[in-house]
Write a protein that binds this ligand. Sequence first.
Ligand code: SME
Length: 177
Amino acid sequence: MSSFIPGFNNTLDPKAQFYLELADQCAAILQGQRNLISNTANVSSLVYHGLHETPTRDGKPVNWVGFYLVDVKRPDVMALGPFQGKPACTEIAFGRGVCGTAASTAKSVVVKDVCDFPGHISCDPASKSEIVVPLKAPNGKVHGVLDIDASVTDAFDDFDRIGLEAIANLVAEASDF
Ligand code: SME
């Protein structure tokens, strides 16, 4: 294993090991490719199937994994990028919904129950909980978000946040914006 995730490399916790393996798979698939669409497409697939097949939690019931990417012509709007799951809303403005909140604050948002998140944008009624991490270039500029929905409440915790932030950083470092 070669990926480094703060606080994960010196623990045998299966959830940490799961994200170290997933980060390795992402790093391998990103190698030599700088195209943002290709990279976010492949990472959406790896994360979706990885979370479904994670042995640590009998498979995590995620129903949507994907990216919203800043529209270069309208820098305060994100357009739907590559994803796995049911069709979704195509545009989210900074500050709107869970995705827009993560983008405008440049901070990850973990929602235990989407019914409790004011302004949550419901694309798939099956979604019950959600995690969104910002896609930040090495200079800190937000170029989009990685958004994951689950069909049960309270599906995501700090392991997921730290692991998914590491994966979003791998995508940002490997891609041209
Ligand atoms: N629920 C998100 C919108 C995107 S769907 O989950 C794919 C939000 O509130 O921003």
